[in-house]
Design a protein around this ligand. Structure first.
Ligand code: FAD
Length: 547
């Protein structure tokens, strides 16, 4: 079954298509870079860099196309926050490109099935013979691009799809048998030597070159400059107040992403900072004198602390491609005196390993596309007996399960559109193992709610927590949410911040209020007893299908 579902991995079909593309077409009147949702930057962007190089060589202008596809967003559970972040970044990009006299044309297209035809008809209208795009690894997107390639070939257009999302591209890191890795440690060992490959991930790609000013005068291209980016997509608008909150928490643009990186590499955590919405308000540009004290310096030991703001918070920027993963790795190399540090023993090394997890899950999606089709990687867990309980699911989403750390995590997601990794694992495992609710419902909610929603990492994280994925937690390893809470939030500050009903609870009671204290609080009691829920989960996983 598994082999059948993964047959004809569309990524390799697309790469075959790329080989068959029209070779050396006439130069056309312009070169197009087709920007995608995961490419929200101008610098260090593979397809944009190559498109610009060809435009300069051919002496024709470079045009940038972005297609908004509401049906795709809805089909893939893209949330309003993620869409809003895309639109905000597009506006920054539009301004930066305009300074280079390069137009960004944003098109909204429905229905999704006819998108390839629409794009190709625009290429014909613009008299374009060369199109460049970075690859999106989701199955539907790959199938779309295969169709685009076929149509382009028939129309005498050269379509070049390039790897860009990962530091090391899928297809390069594989087992001796030519298969994808399903265990992280050997993947990491095989990944590292590729850092020395050509094209070299450790050097920045050339930025696009400005269009010659006469290009603006062209009848067709001139009008592209006046194109407005919509404020929202119908049906995916942000709720009142949320837009402002998202703008503060996650400012758009490459400069913001770079500041976030500097903040992480060179400044130290100043406690939880949970009340401070804007992460860049704390002087990201004032490096600490002792680099060992910086967030990355402390990352090895402090990264799991929910009450200490120790991680980079770069995930929204990496998921949308506002910064490249290569740039993150390069910055760590510079900090380690020119060496690649991916060891478990240093802060930098541990952080590099996390960035490699992002590559790993994208490779898993490319090699085992069934994971994105609602199937478990480990097929033996396809028939686990799940509870259908709307009330429990809704309480989990709202942060009202009566388990403080779970509720704090879910409320962080609901207010910030982001969660710390540890609390993602705790909340996910609680839904799946304690409430025994199907992991796919949690996966969907995270995609809809988180601003960093990324199919590969989200699916990887959920299948890890549900014990159904690659290199996943064994099914009998079930987090105790109360001991997890004490370890990850020893001060209780994180819970008190996100669960105001508990803001006056002192000491360890905040992790698990019980007895008289619980009676007095306006806070729900848990639906299940952890020890009993744990037994139930083990029983049901051991013999899938069992009650
Ligand atoms: P840092 O600790 O600073 O790590 C740096 C970067 O490495 C991150 O920005 C991210 O790009 C990458 N990274 C770190 N941990 C992981 C990981 N476990 N898997 C993959 N990449 C990782 N990450 C997303 O970007 N999008 C998601 O939709 C997403 N969903 C998740 C769902 C679950 C159930 C779990 C357990 C994890 C999920 N993650 C997801 C991974 C991880 O939780 C976040 O990347 C991380 O919390 C982001 O915070 P940060 O940028 O401060 O991370």
């Amino acid at each position: 079954n598994a082999a059948k579902a993964d047959q004809n991995q569309p990524i390799f079909k697309l790469l075959e298509e790329v080989k068959r593309t029209v070779k050396n077409p006439p130069k056309g009147d312009a070169v197009v870079y087709w920007m995608r949702m995961e490419d929200m930057r101008i610098s260090d962007n593979t397809a944009l860099s190559q498109a610009s190089e060809l435009a300069v060589k051919s002496g024709v202008p470079l045009l940038v196309l972005f297609v908004l596809s509401p049906q795709d967003y809805k089909a893939h559970d893209r949330g309003a926050r993620r869409i809003d972040f895309t639109l905000r970044n597009l506006r920054v990009i539009q301004d930066s490109l305009a300074q280079l006299n390069i137009p960004l044309y944003t098109l909204t297209h429905t229905p999704r099935k006819t998108l390839p035809e629409r794009v190709l008809s625009i290429m014909t209208q613009w008299k374009v013979k060369n199109v460049f795009a970075n690859i999106e690894y989701e199955v539907d997107e790959l199938r779309r691009d295969i169709r685009v390639s076929e149509l382009a070939r028939n129309g005498g257009i050269q379509c070049t799809f390039l790897h860009d999302k990962c530091v090391i591209a899928p297809g390069l890191v594989q087992t001796k048998e030519g298969r994808g890795y399903s265990v992280y440690s050997p993947f990491l060992r095989a990944w590292l030597p590729h850092l020395r490959d050509t094209p070299d991930p450790l050097s920045c790609l050339p930025s696009p070159v400005a269009n010659h000013t006469s290009a603006r005068c062209h009848d067709v291209y001139g009008s592209l400059f006046n194109h407005e980016i919509p404020d929202a997509i119908e049906g995916l608008e942000l709720r009142d107040g949320d837009a402002e909150q998202m703008r503060k928490c996650w400012p758009a643009g490459e400069n913001s992403a770079k500041e976030m990186l500097l903040r992480f590499l060179y400044t130290k955590s100043r406690g939880s900072q949970l009340g401070q919405v804007d992460p860049l308000a704390d002087g990201a540009k004032a490096p600490d004198k002792n680099p060992k004290d910086s967030r990355v310096g402390k990352y090895k030991d402090a990264r799991d602390r929910l009450d200490a703001d120790t991680t980079s918070r770069l995930s929204p920027y990496l998921a949308a491609g506002v910064i490249s993963a290569r740039e993150c790795i390069r910055a760590t190399v510079a900090l380690s005196g020119g060496k690649v540090d991916a060891s478990r023993d240093t802060g930098i090394g541990r952080w590099v390993q996390e960035v490699v997890w992002r590559d790993f899950y994208t490779h898993v999606l490319a090699y085992f596309p069934r994971v994105s089709m609602g199937r478990p990687f480990q097929e033996k867990f396809a028939n686990v007996n799940w509870e259908t309980n709307e009330k429990h699911l809704q309480a989990w989403k709202d942060g009202r399960t009566g388990v403080p750390i779970v509720d704090a995590g879910m409320r962080q997601a609901n207010t910030m559109g982001w969660m710390h990794n540890r609390v993602r694992m705790i909340t996910a495992m609680y839904l799946v193992k304690d409430l025994m609710i199907d992991w796919r419902l949690g996966e969907q909610y995270f995609m809809e709610t988180l601003i960093d929603g990324d199919l590969a990492s989200n699916n990887g994280g959920w299948q890890w927590s549900a014990s159904t994925g690659v290199d996943a937690a064994p099914y009998f390893r079930i987090f105790n949410p109360y001991t997890q809470s004490q370890k990850a939030d020893p001060t209780g500050e994180y819970i008190r911040h996100f669960v105001p009903e508990l803001s006056n609870v002192r000491g360890d009671d905040v992790h698990n209020p019980s007895g008289n204290l619980a009676d007095k609080l306006k806070y729900p009691r848990p639906f299940v007893k952890h020890s009993e829920a744990r037994e139930r989960a083990i029983r049901r996983y051991k013999v899938p299908g069992q009650e």
